[in-house]
Design a protein around this ligand. Structure first.
Ligand code: HEC
Length: 127
């Protein structure tokens, strides 16, 4: 097909199969257009659920244990809100876990280096 001069945006899909408009950046702006493929991929993020649910409920020992505890104590998420709370807790636990682990590693490193340094520097005790 012949290229159309000045048509810079990706117009490969403007509406979906049902005829609904795919998306727009807003009609107030001069550069308004439909989302292109890269942007759609960012928005959709296929696999978001699978990232967690390939392990949930049984694939990993720790996850399976927590699942059983949740199951028998009636804490499995039943509403979107409860699920939201869980996902939120997971991201915070993970982030703090990694930060604390890094800080702990640095502390151990400092103690080891400091300990060796002190041994070398320690004045010899007089006989
Ligand atoms: C950050 C991790 C995470 C992500 C992402 C996630 N979930 Fe979950 N989801 C969980 C956890 C944890 C539970 C509680 C599971 C358990 O103990 O069995 C859960 C439970 C559920 C349950 C209830 C299961 C049951 O046994 O009653 C459903 C349904 C569910 N998720 C759907 C989804 C969907 C749909 C998505 C994507 C839009 C999604 N989840 C994304 C972590 C996640």
């Amino acid at each position: 097909m012949e290229a159309i001069d000045g048509l810079e945006n990706d117009w490969s899909q403007i509406v979906d199969e049902e005829g609904n408009q795919i998306g727009t950046v807003g009609h107030h702006f001069k550069l308004s257009r439909a989302f292109n493929k890269e942007e759609m991929d960012h928005i959709k993020r296929d696999g978001t659920c699978i990232a967690c649910h390939k392990e949930i409920p049984k694939a990993s020992l720790a996850v399976s244990l927590l699942h059983h505890v949740a199951e028998y104590s009636g804490q499995l998420p039943k509403t979107t809100n409860q699920h939201f709370g869980l996902v939120n807790k997971i991201v915070l636990t993970s982030a703090w876990g990694q930060v604390l682990l890094a800080l702990g590693g640095m502390l151990v490193g400092a103690l080891v280096v400091g300990g060796f340094g002190y041994r070398k520097w320690k004045p010899k005790s007089q006989p």
